[in-house]
Design a protein around this ligand. Sequence first.
Ligand code: GLU
Length: 283
Amino acid sequence: MRVRKVGTALVGVALTASLAACGGGSDGPLVDRAKAGEKIVVGTKWDQPGLGLKKGDAPEGFDVDVAKYLLKELAGGKDVEIEWKESASSNREAFLANGTVDIIVATYSITEARKGKVTFGGPYIIAHQDTIVRAGDTAITKATDLKGKRICQAAGSNSYKRITDPPPDGKLDLDVQLVGASNYSECFAKLNGSNLDAVTTDDLILAGFAAQGGNLKILGDPFTDEKYGVGLKKGDTKTCEAINAAVAKMYQDGTMKQLFDKWFGKTQGLTAPAATPPAEGCS
Ligand code: GLU
């Protein structure tokens, strides 16, 4: 009996310690925790220029600024203490489910497959998948020219499926050669090194990398709507509703235009969205 009690106490200590080590994912709707002044763990990309790029201690970019705005709104206008956590395409669903992060703002398209695992606020913007090739490439001028070509498969990302699969989460249903990479910065290294023929993903991602230089050209043949959602733990509909209200406010008060111009204003062919995208619905 005595031994059992000690055992239970030890399990309790171990559990508390492991939850504390996770950093995010405490109980209760995130919006309530933000209001109560708790520290919030936010997942963004750390390797995508213009969107989420680690600079010193914290990332910077459009998604980072959107996350800061939305959290402040959730907290009723108070500044929120944020811990930033790199969330690659391949670990977003797991990080939300296991509490490594509380919220993800990371070029995260709302897809049918992901809706089963994640509650999505938003979308806060709609990107469009386009394609980038080496500047001298004359064989690929439109997305359907990718048939048979070597394209990048960034782990956990949906973009390659838009090429290889039919709807709803795919689009063109083409046969291609997939070249694996752990993220989009690795895709660009491979494209610049001629280890693949094209990188096809969201126009906002392409714009950020293209602005860094290199001898590349964007086709200007967008062929999808990528609804960027705010990833929340599955079932946190209260926070999702609050995010949707905050997104609407972000458009109404001019913040969306200001942030879009700050990060993408110099990119040809991209213009700030005029109206709030229709909310996807919280489920
Ligand atoms: N927006 C697409 C997706 O969520 C591509 C970018 C990414 O993987 O972050 O799959």
